[in-house]
Design a binder for this molecule. Structure first.
Ligand code: 5GP
Ligand code: ZN
Length: 115
């Protein structure tokens, strides 16, 4: 989608610090980090929210995002300490960018319940 900021990052049209890439997923550092490690992992192809993710194509793309997030977490030294993966979905989920993304958060202990 031409007016989607994360599609443009995936295409290389907007700069981002890319830390990993597969055929269907891209990982890059969050612009406004909420933890020492805060990386976003997105499907290369546009998916607006997780409400659109119950298709065979999205299953593969979101699965690749999770797999890439785990690989990046290891590379970032988050094993064995741990980390958190978050997918904010739509209004009540706190989603602000409407291209599905997995937040990889680590480098500090996470609180629960989340805000
Ligand atoms: P959401 O609130 O949708 O779950 O998360 C969106 C995330 O995208 C936020 O953490 C925000 O800091 C990040 N973000 C928004 N615009 C950009 C951008 O242009 N580049 C990068 N690297 N991160 C962005
Ligand atoms: Zn997009």
């Amino acid at each position: 989608m031409a007016d989607c900021i994360f599609c443009r990052i995936a295409a290389g049209d907007i700069p981002a610090t890319i830390v990993g890439r597969t055929e269907d997923a891209v990982a890059f550092r969050d612009l406004n980090p909420q933890a020492p490690v805060h990386i976003l992992v997105i499907p290369t192809r546009h998916i607006t929210t997780m409400f659109d993710a119950d298709t065979d194509l999205a299953e593969v793309a979101v699965g690749q995002c999770i797999r890439l997030a785990v690989q990046v977490a290891k590379r970032e030294g988050l094993e064995p300490g741990g980390y958190r993966l978050v997918i904010n979905t739509a209004k009540d989920g706190g989603q602000s960018v409407f291209h599905v993304h997995v937040h990889l958060l680590g480098g500090r202990a996470m609180a629960w319940p989340p805000g």
